[in-house]
Design a protein around this ligand. Structure first.
Ligand code: NI
Length: 441
């Protein structure tokens, strides 16, 4: 216990004070104030013209044009439609990456706003609407704003800023590659090599003006699975001559429930094992030959992720075996994301910066989220910090505010300016602290 106290005291002492001077902070605030109407206009434009993953052609052109107008070096066509801008500061220092995702979702918009999307596409063989129902339009507009703020301070910038506009966070069309993983494969963290990465997600159930964060695992890893239980078909009236994959599947589903409750230290982190689809048979008096199941495994810590996957394999295999059935377990089946893990040291170091941007009372720790985010792929390579930014109107009820990915999803645009300030200040503060630590060496 004592050791813990001493260690945590040391941790508090070791956190450097934010050194960015007030004049610089005021400069950022003034610039963000001035840019706010533009940020909102960009957001509305992108919102009205949403594009699905790997198709963000219009948004990419808008972004590239803006960055070029600021004199920022621009590369386009990365991982299909990604855009990367490199802003070299007047002074030497670290490379800070800032990331925004650009894609929309196959959702039919139902909000009353004048700039609501009317876009229709063919998706999985059906006509559907396209909507920025996760707020990635706000992420793009905020990062375009940050680029303008920081480009205006280029002379005094102690390092390089890499603006990463990433396609397809929500997933890719079947059979395609994309998103953060592909951006990294195509070298987005190299030339110049990125030292640290910051990102944020707007949140429709957090009040404007507020920021939430969490050190360590903040969003879950995802590994989806397909389980094929193979038995022997028979007449339903003569089950003794069958190897019944339906009963074996029922046992598998039940046994899977014990993994989280019995194998995971739930006092540390949550975990999820869900079966979401069971398909087998077509008639009451026929025992079918096989059953197929689909599911998802989620964890907040890499070690837990490995353990859960291993236990799922064991439990499924042994349960099927005990029924005399054979089984195929495919993990991952279609998607596999790491844990979105906020480097604890980096989070501690940057907390004062966030608090100064939003006001101390407006910054709080969030519960871990069992949803996933492909920002996690960058964090596997470099230390990163991912925040949640309030987008719910003041006085709103977080229990009834429309959630992400729904037709009524709504963002109060008065929250965007804080996003511009927070990312700008994180960049400037990180560069400042880096200079001080280099001097000490
Ligand atoms: Ni999202």
């Amino acid at each position: 216990m004592k050791n813990i106290i001493i260690v945590s005291l040391l941790a508090i002492i070791a956190v450097p004070a934010i050194s960015q001077n007030i004049a610089v902070r005021n400069q950022v605030n003034a610039a963000a104030d001035k840019i706010e109407p533009k940020v909102i206009a960009w957001r509305r434009d992108i919102h009205e013209h949403p594009e699905l993953g790997n198709n963000e052609v219009r948004a990419a052109a808008l972004i590239a044009k803006h960055l070029e107008s600021l004199g920022i070096e621009v590369k386009t066509g990365i991982a299909h439609t990604g855009v990367v801008g490199v802003l070299k500061g007047g002074k030497p220092g670290p490379v800070v990456a800032l990331r925004a995702d650009m894609d929309a979702l196959p959702v039919i918009e139902r909000t009353p706003v004048a700039f609501a999307s009317k876009v229709k596409v063919q998706y999985n063989g059906k006509e559907t609407g396209v909507m920025h129902a996760c707020g990635h339009d706000t992420h793009v507009a905020i990062l375009m704003g940050v680029a303008e703020v920081l480009a205006g301070m280029r002379k005094d910038l102690k390092g390089t800023v890499k603006f990463i506009f990433q396609p397809a966070e929500e997933g890719v069309p079947h059979g395609e590659e994309g998103g953060a993983e592909m951006m990294i494969k195509e070298g987005v963290l190299q030339n110049p090599a990125v030292d640290v990465i910051f990102g944020l997600h707007i949140n429709s159930q957090t009040e404007v003006g507020k920021i939430k964060y969490r050190p360590g695992g903040v969003m879950a890893s995802v590994d989806d699975m397909k389980i094929i239980v193979k038995g022997r078909s028979a007449h339903g009236a003569y089950p003794w001559s069958a190897i019944d994959p339906i009963v074996a599947s029922a046992q598998i589903i039940n046994n899977l429930q014990a993994i989280v409750s019995r194998n995971l230290n739930i006092t540390e982190n949550p975990g999820i094992v869900t079966i979401g689809a069971v398909n087998g048979g077509n008639r009451g008096n026929i025992i079918p030959e096989q059953v197929e199941m689909l599911g998802t495994i989620r964890a907040l810590k890499t070690e837990d992720r490995k353990m859960l996957i291993q236990r799922v394999r064991e439990v499924v295999t042994k349960t099927a075996e005990s029924a005399g059935a054979s089984v195929e377990v495919i993990i991952p089946y279609e998607s596999s994301f790491p844990v979105t893990f906020n480097d604890p040291a980096l989070t501690a170091k940057m907390l004062a910066s966030i608090e100064q941007s939003a006001g101390k009372d407006n910054v709080s720790i969030t519960l871990p989220q069992t949803g996933a985010e492909d920002f996690s792929f960058y964090q596997e390579k470099v230390p990163g910090l991912f925040l949640f930014l309030g987008g719910m109107p003041k006085g709103g009820n977080k229990l009834t505010a429309p959630s992400h990915h729904t037709p009524d999803f709504f963002i109060d645009e008065s929250g965007l300016k804080l996003g511009v300030e927070t990312l700008s200040n994180l960049t400037l503060d990180y560069m400042d602290m880096d200079q001080k630590s280099v001097k000490k060496k």
